[in-house]
Design a protein around this ligand. Structure first.
Ligand SMILES: Nc1ncnc2c1ncn2[C@@H]1O[C@H](COP(=O)(O)OP(=O)(O)OP(=O)(O)O)[C@@H](O)[C@H]1O
Ligand SMILES: [Mg+2]
Length: 374
């Protein structure tokens, strides 16, 4: 699929902007702070219902405005669709497809598909486990939009269970009446059921992107690998692959952790405590890999995501935000050759010369809130 037109109203620095887009490669070029990333961030938002830069919507709304609108005309084969999201920080966001009446924002997932690589992705390698869990879960949702429901169910169950554990922990500390633990049993089952579904998807995904990531790393940095992805569950007893096995193992791990959980007042078992260990050669990348290696690693994970989504038949838009300035000339050329044939590739760069020649089909100058085709 590709985006044929992007309109923004009160999004980030833009009061209003209309950007017609072609398939193939488009580069947005302009000095720092002019609004290049803001454009691609909006496209990414339509695909994930989130920003790659901030965790809340408030910064996405132009200072002084109370809502932002992102609208995109999307083409997939012969099919045209118009998606529209209205961001209302502090209130529910609204969504429309083809100007019809409202749908849930979640219903637009899957229309715009993106793989976005940005400097923030260095955190995939260097950051906390939460960054890697989010990477996996966002990719899972991009491939199977119904998983958005499973993710939010899990968040909800976890929150409720934590509230219950916190109450139990407080009661215990203050010598109050001990809690009726049968309620907790019910929440264990909910957590294990939804958790097992999420876990099974993550394990499948890791198996699928492992060889693709290794291949991408080899293409970017020949001889530098191999890279290995190891999923590390919250408890060593969680070793299964099917949902049934994982459910039983999560239940057993919860039973084992129960005493400690009641002491601490928080859920210690489940996919929200897992990590994905990224290995480069024999060593974990985190703490060992150089800056350039970490950068190539994160890029390899995104390129693997791109390969995986392309293989499903509906090609995503590839977004490369400020990527080229960080790479040496050879890696730049390699990356450019890899991505040039994509159905739609959106690139941002502060310096024109940083964009390899094969990626300069269409260029826009971005300056002071205007986006002008060159
Ligand atoms: N909610 C907002 N309201 C108004 N302006 C905003 C808002 N959020 C961000 N900005 C402005 O947008 C600009 C940043 O835009 P953006 O990140 O797209 O820049 P860029 O062109 O990608 O720059 P760089 O080359 O440094 O990456 C900043 O000047 C920032 O102040
Ligand atoms: Mg930028």
């Amino acid at each position: 699929m590709h985006v044929t037109h992007l309109s923004l109203a009160d999004f980030r620095s833009y009061a209003r902007v209309e950007v017609p887009l072609d398939p193939g490669v488009t580069a947005f070029v302009g000095p720092n702070g002019q609004g290049k990333t803001n454009l691609v961030e909006a496209v990414g938002y339509l695909a994930t219902l989130g920003s790659h830069r901030v965790s809340s919507d408030a910064p996405l709304v132009r200072m002084g405005a109370d809502r932002a609108v992102i609208r995109a005309q999307v083409r997939q084969g012969e099919r045209q669709q118009l998606v529209e999201l209205e961001l209302n920080p502090g209130k529910a966001n609204r969504a429309r497809i083809n100007r019809s009446s409202q749908v849930r924002p979640r219903d637009v997932l899957g229309i715009v598909r993106t793989v976005l690589f940005a400097p923030e992705d260095l955190a995939l390698v260097k950051g906390d486990p939460g960054e890697r869990r989010r990477f996996l879960d966002e990719l899972i949702t991009s491939r199977a939009p119904r998983m958005a429901g499973v993710r939010s169910d899990y968040e909800r169950v976890l929150k409720q269970r934590n509230t219950l554990l916190k109450t139990a922990a407080l009661a215990r500390r203050h010598g109050g009446r001990s809690m009726d633990l049968s309620t907790l049993d019910v929440w264990d089952q909910h957590l294990a059921r939804v958790g097992a579904e999420l876990l099974a998807q993550r394990l499948d995904l890791v198996a699928a992107i492992q060889p693709l990531s290794d291949k991408a790393y080899e293409q970017l940095a020949p001889g530098g690998g191999p890279i290995g992805l190891e999923y590390k569950p919250s408890s060593p007893g969680i070793v299964g692959h099917t949902r049934e096995e994982l459910y039983e193992q999560l239940m057993a791990a919860l039973a084992e952790a129960r005493k400690q959980e009641i002491e601490r007042g928080v859920t210690l078992v489940g996919p929200h405590r897992d990590d994905l260990i990224l290995k480069l050669g024999q060593l974990p990348a985190k703490g060992y890999a150089s800056h350039g290696e970490s950068w190539s690693y994160a890029l390899a994970l995104r390129l693997a995501s791109y390969d995986l989504m392309r293989a499903e038949g509906n090609e995503p838009v590839l977004i490369l935000d400020d990527v080229f300035a960080e790479l040496d000339a050879r890696r730049r050329e390699r990356l450019a050759e890899l991505v040039a044939p994509g159905e739609q590739v959106l690139v941002t760069a502060a310096v024109d010369d940083d964009v390899p020649d094969v990626l300069t089909q269409t260029r826009y100058a971005v300056s002071d809130g205007t986006v002008e085709r060159l």
